[in-house]
Design a protein. Structure first.
Length: 319
């Protein structure tokens, strides 16, 4: 939000879905149950073959609701379609398995009336089997990766904090702002060109969007959780190695896209460190297939003597 726009805050929830009608129903109900309503909901059905369309057709609400059906093209294309169809000045991309806490919309709008920003990120909880397993992702992240949090001054009595021009590379090695937990100004989404469909199938694909959105922009932080992110077999949140390998893929993609040499250098350092970590994991778990893949990515000529020795032992154990 820019100065003078406080009176024109319109929040659109863009929900992409594919064959998960029961989860979608719960996600939409959490959006409809807000203490202060969103201004618009756009549901993009990415080629579902279940009863998603029938469910949306039966749904009744006073909030403007738009339903878009498209052939299956992946969540990135679905989010872009939802954004193109939206009219809000602020966009909340919601996965069909997320649950908004009742105060999310009201808290976001209250922050937006406090100070001009480009993005809003709130704390969120992690749930599994309908039980909270991590009450505060921000708190867990601050304990293990304090670097990015040095940009935010938190006053004990304040529910918000603000920062600008945070280096996007501070999002690594593990980022606390996830695609569906951040709300973006329409201008920001337009400037970065939306979601990159080339990241389809890459774990942690939202890092590409967050990295570009945060660059040279201001962000407001809501310290209380306003969303529940569900961890289940249908997502990769429970597989830390897949997530790390996905972040490596995204970092390598970003290296080809950005021109800032300092950022590229930090991204390359992250890639090397992460691949080293993954190599030791796959070696110690006797995963020969992944071990060889990581070796090829690192470059055999760059492996140290100890690494080569461990790789050879792993290969011999596989026979």
């Amino acid at each position: 939000m820019r100065a003078g726009q406080a009176d024109s805050i319109r929040l659109t929830a863009v929900v992409a879905t594919f064959n998960r009608r029961p989860l979608l129903q719960e996600a939409l109900q959490s959006i409809l149950d807000q203490t202060e309503s969103v201004d618009e909901i756009v549901v993009v059905d990415d080629g579902s073959t279940d009863d998603t369309a029938d469910f949306i057709g039966r749904l009744r609400t006073d909030i403007p609701l738009h339903y878009i059906y498209q052939n299956n093209r992946g969540p990135q294309a679905a989010r872009n379609a939802g954004f193109d169809a939206s009219t809000g000045t602020w966009i909340a991309f919601c996965d069909d398995d997320d649950l908004w806490m009742p105060q999310r919309c009201a808290t976001v709008k209250r922050l937006l009336h406090t100070r001009p920003v480009d993005l809003v990120a709130s704390d969120f909880s992690l749930m599994a089997a309908d039980k909270t397993i991590v009450p505060s992702l921000f708190e867990r992240h601050r304990q293990s990766h304090p670097n990015i949090w040095t940009h935010f001054k938190r006053e004990p009595s304040h529910e918000f904090s603000f920062a600008a021009n945070i280096p996007s590379t501070d999002l690594l090695p593990e980022y606390p702002f996830w695609g569906a937990t951040v709300i973006y100004s329409r201008q920001t989404v337009t400037e970065i060109g939306g979601w990159n469909i080339d990241t389809l199938g890459i774990p942690s694909e939202d890092l590409h969007f967050i990295f570009r959105a945060l660059r040279n922009r201001s962000i407001g932080i809501i310290w209380d959780p306003t969303l529940c992110y569900r961890v289940h077999p249908g997502n990769v949140s429970h597989d830390q190695n897949k997530k790390l390998l996905g972040r490596v893929d995204i970092a390598e993609l970003l290296i080809t896209e950005i021109k800032n040499s300092a950022e590229c250098s930090k991204l390359k350092n992250f890639v090397r460190t992460a691949l080293d970590e993954l190599l030791w994991y796959y070696v110690n778990t006797d995963n020969i297939s992944q071990t060889l893949k990581i070796c090829r990515r690192l470059g055999w000529h760059r492996l140290g003597i100890r690494q080569l020795g461990q790789v050879i032992k792993t290969m011999l154990r596989s026979f």
